[in-house]
Design a protein around this ligand. Structure first.
Ligand code: ATR
Length: 289
C-alpha cells in the first residue's frame, strides 16, 4: 500500500496484540474499498490513559480495544453507545469532537453473524452456557434484542445468579434466569437457541463440551459456539447429532471488525465483500470450513 500525508490511521490497543486478526480485516477492507487508511497494532503495556489521549492528539480516527482494557477504557472516553454502556465493555472507539465514543461491536458483530445465518433472538428462548465476561455480554445482547426468555447456565451458579440479577436491575426486564448446568433437565422440551460462551472445547481441549448429555441437545434447535478454533467444536457436534444447526464463532470475529470499519468510515460493507474478507481470514488461519 501507498501511505501519504492524507492516510488515516486506525489501530488496536491491548496487551498482548501479537496474534490479532484485526490488521488483516481492516487493511483488506481499506484496500478493496480504495479507502486511504492503515490499521496497526499498538501494544499498551500499562498507561491506557496516555494511550487514548495520545491517539486523539495524533488524530487517530478509530481504535479497537482488546484484553485487558475493554472495561477500563470506559473511563477514558467522552461518550458511550447505550448497549456498550449497559454491558460495561467497549471494543471500538470512534473519534468524535473532544475524544472518542465507545461501542461494543463484539456484540453487534455477534448479532450480525447470527442474523446472517438466519438465527433469530427476538421472541426466542435462549440458553447461554457460561457466566464469564463473554457470557455476560451475550446475555445483555439477548435481552436487548427482545429474547422471550434467557437462561444462564454455569458451573458456578453464583456467577450466573449475579449476572441475572444485574441485568434485571439495569434493564428492568425480568426475562432472565440463572441455573446450574445440571438443571437443564428442568427446562421445557420446547426447542431453544443455545449460545456456548464458556472456554470449554477451545483448542487444544477439542474433545470437551460443557454439557455432554444427549438429553440436553434434544432441547436445542440451533447452537452458536463463540469458539472458532476448532471450527467444529464438540458442542457443535453434539447439537448436530440431535438434528440441530450449529455454527462456530469466526463470523463474529469478522463482523466485529466490519462493524468497526463501518463506524469509522461511515460506509456500508456489502455482504459480497464481507465474504471476501472472511476468505482471507480463513486462509490466514489455515481454516477450510
Ligand atoms: P471470558 O471472559 O472469555 O468469558 P471467563 O470469564 O474466564 O472467560 O469465563 C469462562 C467461562 O467458562 C466461565 O463460565 C467458566 O465457568 P465458572 O464460572 O464455573 O468458572 C467456564 N468454564 C471454564 N472451564 C470450565 C469447565 N471445565 N467446566 C465448566 N465450565 C467451565
Amino acid at each position: 500500500m501507498k501511505i501519504n500525508g492524507k492516510t488515516k490511521t486506525c489501530g488496536l490497543i491491548g496487551k498482548p496484540v501479537e496474534h490479532t486478526m484485526s490488521p488483516t480485516i481492516h487493511n483488506t477492507l481499506a484496500k478493496k474499498l480504495g479507502i486511504d487508511l492503515v490499521y496497526v497494532p499498538f501494544l499498551v503495556e500499562q498507561n491506557l490513559t496516555a494511550a487514548v489521549k495520545g491517539a486523539y492528539a495524533l488524530n487517530v480516527l478509530g481504535m479497537n480495544v482488546t484484553v485487558p482494557y475493554k472495561s477500563d477504557v470506559l473511563k477514558e472516553i467522552c461518550e458511550v453507545d447505550s448497549l456498550a454502556g449497559q454491558i460495561g465493555a467497549v471494543n471500538t472507539l470512534v473519534r468524535v469532537n473532544g475524544g472518542y465514543k465507545g461501542y461494543n461491536t463484539d456484540m453487534t458483530g455477534l448479532y450480525r453473524a447470527m442474523t446472517g445465518y438466519g438465527i433469530k433472538i427476538e421472541e426466542e428462548e435462549v440458553i447461554i452456557l457460561g457466566a464469564g465476561g463473554a457470557a455476560r455480554a451475550v446475555a445483555y445482547l439477548c435481552v436487548h434484542y427482545g429474547a422471550k426468555k434467557v437462561y444462564i447456565l454455569n458451573r458456578s451458579v453464583d456467577k450466573a445468579l449475579s449476572i441475572a440479577e444485574e441485568i434485571r436491575e439495569t434493564t428492568g426486564k425480568n426475562c432472565i434466569e440463572a441455573m446450574a448446568l445440571q438443571d437443564y433437565t428442568k427446562l421445557s422440551e420446547e426447542k431453544k437457541l443455545c449460545i456456548q460462551a464458556t472456554s470449554v472445547g477451545l483448542s487444544p481441549n477439542e474433545e470437551e463440551a460443557v454439557i455432554e448429555e444427549e438429553a440436553f441437545y434434544q432441547k436445542i434447535h440451533t447452537g452458536y459456539d463463540l469458539i472458532y478454533r476448532p471450527t467444529n467444536t464438540k458442542f457443535m457436534q453434539l447439537v448436530k447429532a440431535q438434528g440441530g444447526q450449529a455454527y462456530h464463532g469466526l463470523k463474529m470475529l469478522l463482523y466485529q471488525g466490519i462493524e468497526a470499519f463501518e463506524l469509522w468510515n461511515q460506509v456500508q460493507v456489502s455482504e459480497a465483500l464481507c465474504d471476501e474478507v472472511y476468505e482471507v481470514m480463513k486462509g490466514e488461519m489455515g481454516i477450510e470450513e
